[in-house]
Write a protein that binds this ligand. Sequence first.
Ligand code: ATP
Ligand code: MG
Length: 515
Amino acid sequence: MLPDYRVRQRDYLLEISRALTEELDLDTLLLRILRIAIEMLTGHAGFIALQDEKHGWHIAVHEGIADALLNYLKNWLEAQPSESEDASEVHVPEINRMLNDISMGMLTGVGINMIFQKQIIGQIYVFRNYHGLFSTNDRMLLTSFANQAAIAVRNARLYNETREQSLRLEALLDSAADGILILTPELKVEHANKALQRLLNTSEEALLGKPFANVIRWANPPQGTTLEAAIGSGWSQNVQNVFYLEGDLIREGVREPLPVGISYGPLFSANGALLNVIASVRDITRFRTAEEMKTSFISVVSHELKTPIALIKGYVSTLRRDDVEWDRGVVSDSLAVIEEEADHLTLMVEDLLDATRLQAGGLTLKKAELSFPQLARFLADRYTAQTDQHSFAVDFPPDFPTVQADEERIRQVLTNLLNNAMKYSPSGEIRISGKSRPKDVVVCVSDHGPGIDPRDLSYVFDRFYRSDDVAKTTKGTGLGLYLCREIVRAHEGKIWVDETYKEGSRICFSLPREA
Ligand code: ATP
Ligand code: MG
């Protein structure tokens, strides 16, 4: 049979072990260990001191020590250099001597290092207020308490580190622009970041714990490998297991489905067990629109190119007929059409090239002194000769300043605006007007046509954009205003639709006055 104190000793150690797994608060746990140590060693007071990089040496918990003495100890400890190994060897005899002196020999103590990963992370002290030497057995006993306390500190540090890491991860997930879903191996939502909540128009509470299939709902069958199919094929740790899928998502309370691309892959533990499936969800609306634009652009451009080519070919084969003698008038009219259509083709190809060049970032300006009134009058004269339906007005104040600009390019801007005005207004006056302001000049082209639908306002300067109704009745590539905007921007100016003008459309641009 074990002697009585041995039994108690065993019970206490058991109790501490249990507390180690149950109690998460470090100070509560350390105090428990300290109290038991004091009791086991039939002491009256004690403390546990810890040291770490951040705080140096400090007293974590104490028991039965008068305030004045405690303050004294605290100050002394805090003044000790941290992270120095022998410092702690110095502490024990030093603290014992101090206490002995202060209590005039009434207190005797024992202190043991707490060691974790070969480093001294703290010390545990027990004091007696009667004169009795601590035996080897006492020291051994205190050592086992010191070990327990070291484990507690380690656990707490690990716990804090893990918590910090998971907070960091959460912050990272929430700052991500893509929606991210973390799924359990049973494919239930374990975490959904802010971006995903926004995409799905729902809250985290509504998502947590839900099966994947109830969260990611497709409006029509998606393209790519579905999650179910990927799982069916068996995740494997050795293979690059990232799958991609595109489709239209059904959202809570929103009628329009959202086009998204989802990539997902498994996360394995070190021993190969499936921990999570991570899905990242990206809104591909813009991408889709660009794709659609490209497709419609190709059809528009091929159509646009085909029309003049067909005309040219028609006239040429007519003129080449051997069986007919064409009189001079017909030949010259036909050649005029051929020339006009060839010019039209050249312009279109130039626009396309410009657009491509702009996208590659290469627009170099040849700036020189430019007089807008002069350029406007020249263009107005030229356009008057081309149309019976429209009249042209040029309206600039007499003191309109010259600006530094690339004349060729600015002429392109005005030509595009005038072409639009003629194309989209059946008749009436087209006015080129100018106004000078302290820092810039503003030039506008206005017409008396149907105007621009407010819904189209934010798009008309986009590449390939044409409003729906216009696209049905007129020809064009939707490049004109895009080129205008890029040219004006290259001059550090702005271009906009004047929304205050109600009699048709008025498009204005500004150019800075100083070079
Ligand atoms: P392109 O100029 O390349 O031949 P486009 O005229 O269609 O083709 P933009 O000049 O970029 O292309 O114009 C874009 C769209 O803006 C037009 O399709 C039309 O819907 C609208 N728009 C532009 N100017 C006017 C205007 N003066 N009146 C009404 N709508 C206009
Ligand atoms: Mg145009």
